[in-house]
Design a protein around this ligand. Structure first.
Ligand SMILES: C[S@@+](CC[C@H](N)C(=O)[O-])C[C@H]1O[C@@H](n2cnc3c(N)ncnc32)[C@H](O)[C@@H]1O
Length: 223
């Protein structure tokens, strides 16, 4: 069929369409059930992402408190992210005043912010480096200023390992066994590799905690 000399457009109401999803999200009426479902899924995914980020930060805090409480006085935080209080050094210093922290990230904006906020304290070093070049990390003067690699240290890699994998398929990155491989040669502390809300929670975790797609573990390597 043609209208005004052009083919009459076929409206496929069996599949979501970006313009109609957008309309639904804006509260419009020009959308169908499939668009509404897709819009709801987008909102749910965003909500889960936010919950995951917060759960990850809470896990990071508990893990730092644990390793400093266990006696470690040096922390190397790789993929540190933009400063976000409580930062790792704040949590660590709260547990032990003689702790030293090196922040490493490969994003110049992250480093500029961290540097402006933290450098010169004598407690914190801030380095633009990438762990795919380990020597650049270990030999960075800002890292050297606070970390003595002949002494025990805690290495933090939170929410960063997925950036370091060469895997092409997302499922390769998130498959459980894939994450465990990062801990080969290390002794996993209980409870092992778990969704981060379940790693030594400060308060009891609900029997069915909200789904958080972030897994975490703390592991020890004998010196
Ligand atoms: C999601 S943030 C995590 C921040 C913090 N570690 C946390 O758990 O809250 C990931 C950080 O890793 C950094 N990053 C990604 N790939 C990196 C790489 N190859 N080397 C160093 N940092 C990297 C990003 O720039 C970003 O700041």
């Amino acid at each position: 069929m043609r209208q005004h000399g052009l083919p009459v457009p076929v409206i496929d109401t069996g599949r979501p369409h970006s313009a109609r999803i957008y309309d639904y999200l804006l509260g419009g009426k020009d959308n169908y059930r499939v668009d509404q479902q897709a819009g709801d899924e987008l909102v749910a995914a965003a909500t889960q992402e936010r919950a995951g980020a917060r759960a990850n930060r809470a896990f990071l805090e508990r893990a730092v408190r644990h390793v400093v409480g266990a006696g470690l006085r040096q922390v190397l935080d790789i993929g540190t992210g933009l400063p976000h209080s409580p930062n790792v050094h704040e949590v660590a210093l709260d547990a032990a005043p003689d702790v030293r922290v090196a922040y490493v990230d490969n994003d110049p904006i992250v480093i500029a912010h961290a540097d402006a906020l933290l450098r010169g304290s004598g407690v914190v070093g801030v380095a633009l480096a990438d762990p795919r070049d380990p020597r650049a990390v270990v030999e960075h003067p800002q890292v050297r200023e606070v970390i003595d690699f002949d002494r025990p240290l805690a290495l933090l890699l939170t929410s960063v390992l997925h950036f370091l994998t060469d895997a092409q398929e997302p499922q390769q990155v998130v498959a459980h066994t894939e994450i465990e491989k990062f801990f080969e040669g290390f002794e996993l502390l209980t409870p092992g590799l778990v969704p981060v809300p379940s790693w030594r929670p400060d308060a009891p975790v609900a029997a069915r905690p909200a789904t958080v797609g972030v897994y975490g573990a703390v592991a020890r390597k004998a010196g």
